[in-house]
Write a protein that binds this ligand. Structure first.
Ligand code: PRX
Length: 661
């Protein structure tokens, strides 16, 4: 994608609803400006005030920010706290204790409600089961779970005893799981026999077994298995324990272990521009502060709200806005096991009505696919459900196109709910640039302005500020509490990837292009500037997919992967493949493409399957042998190649690549 593209002309502005704004936590732009001014005036004092007010500290911190070893910043370092205690224990004895923490709706529609009190008991009991197994502070625990309450309990239980969790999305392959177990040096896996999605049962434990059988996972001592369905799964004696076995006889009282604020709460793997996924390491104190505070600020959380973030716990959104933020903020939240289209594409709207959801947070891809379904079947249109409970809508994970924004605003939000288009990343821990529902005038397709304390800017390649109206690189000029601390096992890569020396080594480089509007200074994200794709809001590295393709050593000689715009998924994966044998055509090409797509699914996961595979006898290369990706991007889009091809070694190849079989 050409990230630094022309400025979007978008003149529509939607002012916040005056009545709602008056009651909001951040009410009006003057309140927003005052917070920003406070952060400008006294940066450390600002964060200190918020950290003391929003977290319960077992040992209060005396230092706010340590920049002595930048970019390895430390926040609140000598303070001690526990993340789970800040999500659960702190509510005991308050009106939140008996409030519903989680409304869980299963794939088949069964609903269960769990109060904060009950959740604390269940987390404590599970934490005791982990302790009884010899798991303790600093140990890494890999979580590969369905989207159920038990997944959140597993994460909270790890946090409770100071173990560092690493959640892997249930759609990743055995190989991806294996890589992450080894990189993290995990001592245990928490999984389920099966996951239920869209009326089907999909294996999880079998994939764990396959991953562990790949070798090198000797660090794993125990596999905990949640029996989500009645179907039996393979259990290895001496290694595998069902939840029932692990929990038997465990007390539901487990004091939370206070850890240092910088103690790694979790490592979450995400794709970068080189082959190997990066283990993004987050802290306990700074991370949790921002998860809690952005619940209050971005979602204007009120005690009566019913919050629903549709993200899976396998992604950062499911960490910050399912497993931690809503609980730390004392919210009632909905957790949904299944997919938006089962049993029909009206499921989300029906669930909003059923549970009287007030704040709904989802991804543009989901919205686009539900628009498509609603426009062709009135029965699944949001108008069929009473969505009057909604007051705030959110969007996350990829740019939302103005058409989808308008549809969401009108048909879901009834033109009364502000849309918070939240820009952020796995690395940022929480929201960075987003409207505030009671303050910011909205412009479709724009994530508007940085949150107070977030010093976002747009610069050129040397790190110099760029004028509004001109595209450039999105950076953050000062550290913030929930930022990535390092890449697990790879501090050098952390420095290089996020704090490039060419830009002075002090600016956090997000990896996105952005432009600020000339009039309001609003940010609009134009897409990644590196070899990272965003397919349905899922982050994928082109190199990762290329490595997966060429690892099919029997068939594939060479492969190059690029993204191309896609109406539904935002971007689609397009692979150019040179086979070892002859270039296939017709049915043979279709069969070969299927085989390679399945291969990628096996290597990485179904989410990485190329939508489009083109076969050629060679790839377009410069005389020095570099693949000309720019050209491939044009070819993938079906555009005429207008770039300079004078350095191209083999121009005839372009015709072949342009032909779909
Ligand atoms: O390109 C940006 C896009 O998603 C990337 C981060 O992906 P990930 O780490 O998986 O986190 C996704 C959930 C926070 C960013 O670099 N992105 C995320 N939110 C937006 C966005 N692009 C445009 N608008 C957004 N609101």
């Amino acid at each position: 994608m050409n990230a630094i593209e022309s400025v979007l002309i978008e003149n529509r502005v939607f002012a916040p609803n005056a009545v709602a704004a008056a009651a909001a936590r951040i009410s009006g732009m003057s309140a927003y400006d005052a917070l920003c001014a406070e952060a400008e005036r006294d940066f450390e004092g600002f964060w200190e005030r918020l950290a003391r007010a929003n977290l319960v500290w077992s040992k209060p911190f005396t230092k706010v920010l340590d920049e002595s070893n930048a970019p390895f910043y430390k926040w609140f370092e000598d303070g001690e706290l526990n993340a789970s205690a800040n999500c659960l224990d702190k509510h005991m004895g308050t009106p939140v204790e008996h409030k519903t923490a989680v409304i869980f709706e299963a794939d088949d529609g069964a609903v269960t409600r769990t109060s904060y009190r009950e959740l604390l008991s269940r987390v404590s009991q599970f934490a005791n089961a982990l302790l009884a197994d010899g798991i303790g502070k600093g140990d890494r625990v890999l979580i590969y779970m369905p989207m159920t309450l038990e997944g959140v309990i597993a994460m909270q239980a790890c946090a409770r005893i100071g173990a560092t969790h690493s959640v892997v999305f249930g759609g990743f392959s055995a190989k991806a799981l294996h890589e992450r177990i080894i990189d993290a040096g995990a001592v245990a896996v928490i999984t389920a026999n099966y996951q239920r999605r869209g009326g089907r049962e999909l294996p999880l434990k079998a994939i764990v077994d396959e991953g562990l059988a790949m070798g090198g996972c000797e660090t794993i001592k125990t596999v905990f298995v949640y029996q989500r369905t009645a179907n039996p799964c393979n259990m290895v004696a001496g290694r595998d324990k069902t939840f029932a076995e692990a929990l038997a006889g465990q007390s539901d009282n487990c004091p939370a272990l206070a850890v240092g604020a910088e103690h790694p709460l979790f490592v979450l793997y995400t794709s970068g521009s080189t082959g190997k996924p990066k283990g993004v390491q987050h802290s306990t104190g700074g991370y949790l502060l921002w998860a809690k505070l952005t619940m209050d600020w971005t979602f204007d959380l009120q005690p009566s709200d019913v919050f629903w973030c549709t993200a899976d716990i396998g992604w950062i959104t499911g960490h910050s806005y399912v497993a931690y933020g809503p609980l730390a903020a004392g919210a009632t939240q909905i957790i949904y096991e299944g997919v938006p289209t089962f049993p029909n594409a009206g499921r989300f709207w029906q669930m909003i009505e059923r549970h009287q959801c007030t704040i709904f947070y989802t991804a543009p891809t989901a919205i686009r696919s539900l628009i498509k379904a609603a426009e062709s079947d009135a029965n699944v249109h949001p108008a069929r459900s009473n969505l009057g409970s909604l007051r705030i809508l959110g969007s996350v994970g990829e740019p939302i196109n103005p058409e989808a924004w308008m549809w969401y605003y009108r048909n879901v939000g009834g033109e009364r709910c502000p849309i918070v288009d939240t820009f952020w990343q796995t690395e940022t821990g929480g929201h960075m640039i987003t409207p505030l529902p009671g303050a910011t005038p909205l412009v479709p397709g724009s994530c508007t302005l940085p949150l107070p304390g977030i010093m976002a800017a747009i610069v050129d390649e040397a790190g110099h500020d760029i004028a509004n109206g001109t595209g450039g690189l999105l950076v953050v000029k000062r550290p913030w509490p929930s930022m990535i601390r390092t890449i697990w096992n790879d501090p050098e890569r952390f420095k290089k990837a996020y704090f490039p020396t060419e830009m002075g080594g002090k600016l956090y480089l997000a990896g996105d292009g952005a432009v600020r509007s000339a009039d309001r200074g609003y940010f609009r994200i134009t897409g990644r500037i590196d070899d990272v794709l965003n397919v349905s809001g899922h982050r994928l590295g082109t190199m990762e997919i290329e490595s997966a393709l060429v690892s099919h050593t029997v068939l594939v000689a060479e492969a190059a992967v690029v993204g191309r715009p896609d109406d539904l998924t935002g971007e689609a994966v397009c692979a150019f493949v040179v086979l070892k044998g002859a270039r296939p055509t017709g049915d043979a090409a279709a069969a070969m493409a299927k085989e390679l797509r399945d291969w990628v699914a096996k290597e990485i996961g179904p989410l990485a399957k190329p939508k489009d595979i083109r076969f050629a006898e060679n790839l377009p290369k410069t005389r020095s042998g570099k693949i000309m990706r720019r050209l491939l991007r044009s070819v993938a889009k079906g555009e005429a190649v207008t770039q300079d091809t004078s350095t191209l070694e083999n121009p005839a190849i372009l015709d072949q690549l342009g032909q779909a079989w």
